[in-house]
Design a protein. Sequence first.
Length: 255
Amino acid sequence: MKLNKYGTDLDAISAATYPGMTDDQTVTFECGRCGGSGRIESFGHVENGICFECDGNPAAARTTYTVGELRAKARRDATDRDRRRAKEAARASELDAWKAKHEDVVTYLRPHAEAWKGSVLLRDLAKQVFSYGRVLTDDQVKEVREDAARDAGKAATPALVEGRRELTGTVLGVKSSEGYYGQIVYRMTVDLGDGTRVNGTAPAALLDLGVGRGDMVTFTALVERSRGDHTFGFYKRPSKASAVLAARPDGGGEG
């Protein structure tokens, strides 16, 4: 009995391949599409019915092998199949061990596996684990845990208070874009210091002062909470704006 490295009986594979025939006997295979004729009559309107599988060559449409060759191929195929199964089993074992070691990551990613919106990165990482069976790299694990920590922080943060009120916070950025009528519109994002943020059109008074990232601003505006994030919202109709500019590299800034 001859076994391969995976324990499969190769002699049994050979015996089951064309039993009752000797190795030097031959078996002829015909093209599976045209049956060895080189043409397919029902497709006579396409390239005169030439079989694309064997290029219309009757000689090529028939291939002859010895039984010994076919048995050798069956043994190779069995070993290749065993090799693939062994790799799949090893990968599954590695994945199970990784999941056991990273339960927090698995738990956080699971809802993203079937999500159709939200973070594209998290959806891709969830698909990598749950659909493709691949473990994450250390950097990817770190990214997921940082995201989970941010979400936990948001969950513990009180909801942004809505209504018209005075807002005081630090400017995270001012970005410009083209408005509906071709004019330039400046939008400002402000961190209110309690875990909440707001975004809206920057007051003209603050633009005149040249406010930017890191500056402290105060203004009154109507606040509306975002539907998808209770810690984020939008403001409109700002008024009574003032600012304390942070020190600039060139020594500028106001107190």
